[in-house]
Ligand binder design. Structure first.
Ligand SMILES: Cc1cc2nc3c(=O)[nH]c(=O)nc-3n(C[C@H](O)[C@H](O)[C@H](O)COP(=O)(O)O)c2cc1C
Length: 274
């Protein structure tokens, strides 16, 4: 009898265990919020929204930055000198209804564009997991994220961040998918990237690749010093350490460059890390 009872208890505990594992984990509710002036960040935001099945809302400045590039530069410089951020329109989404917020912006002068800074100054994001994302001409993911942290009214819980060069926005579907999956933000298989090789001094061959990738970008005046590589799906990815001659003197930068297997595709840089 005692043995029967023990077997019965064991079966009961196994069933309750099974029930526990079968319980579906509630999917995280995601909101994509973004500011975009010329559409690059909007493309990435919409790709995130699609892949995550998230809600989405755009952030608008009350007085839009709708001038051309030079007019935006001039207005932005004036506002920075005066230490002011633009007023933004109220958003309809209720932040506390979400588990994760993806906050997108273009990089302006190495920082998140002012409407995104105004947003984090006004809306408390401390209760959600935050994923900042940006688009840029050459780079600024880390400095942009730092500016978001500096301006935020609440302590942020940043769980990952993403940046895409505007010239490569056509790759948003595959790049966003890789970012989400490799950071555990979306379920599914993905090809893990190898580690980079050990750094070595550049030779003429790598300098040529560097110049092909960066030579026609007007804001970069860089000379490569050392490099490392790793094989990726489409070809080889280079990580260069370089010296960049800017207005403030020479600075050390890192540049990621893709060299593709396909001969008709020229090497291109994907991000400058300052
Ligand atoms: C005022 C201004 C400042 C900018 N500053 C930078 C910069 O510091 N670094 C950079 O890589 N790109 C810079 N850019 C380029 C934008 O980040 C890039 O074009 C971005 O993808 C635009 O996003 P959007 O199309 O969503 O507005 C700047 C653009 C503007 C208009």
């Amino acid at each position: 009898m005692k043995t029967l009872l023990l077997i019965f208890a064991a079966i009961l505990s196994m069933t309750s265990c099974n029930q526990k594992t079968k319980e579906a984990t509630k999917p995280e509710k995601a909101l994509v919020l973004y500011y975009s002036q010329t559409g690059a960040t909007k493309t990435v935001a919409e790709e995130l929204q699609k892949q995550l099945n998230a809600d989405i809302e755009e952030i608008y400045a009350v007085d839009p930055y709708n001038g051309d590039f030079n007019a935006t530069i001039a207005r932005c410089q004036k506002e920075m000198a005066e230490g002011i951020l633009p007023d933004i329109k109220e958003i309809k989404s209720v932040i506390k209804d979400y588990d994760v917020v993806y906050l997108g912006y273009p990089i302006w002068f190495g920082k998140a564009a002012p409407p995104a800074l105004a947003f984090v100054k006004q809306y408390d994001l401390s209760g959600v997991k935050l994923v900042p994302f940006c688009t840029f001409g050459s780079g600024g993911k880390d400095t942009g994220e730092a500016s978001i942290k500096e301006n935020s009214i609440g302590k942020l819980n940043i769980i990952a961040s993403y940046g895409l060069r505007n010239a490569r926005v056509k790759f948003a579907p595959s790049e966003v998918e890789y970012f989400l999956k490799s950071n555990g933000l979306l379920e599914g298989e993905y090809e893990k990237k190898n580690d980079f090789s050990t750094m070595a001094p550049v030779t003429g061959k790598e300098t040529e690749i560097f110049n092909q990738a960066c030579g026609d970008y007007p804001m970069l005046h860089a000379t490569p010093v050392r490099f490392s590589t790793r094989n990726v799906n489409a070809g080889t990815e280079y990580l260069f350490e370089a010296k960049d001659k800017g207005m403030g003197g020479e600075t050390d930068i890192k540049i990621l460059v893709n060299v593709y297997h396909e001969n008709n595709l020229k090497p291109e840089f994907t991000e400058v890390i300052r």
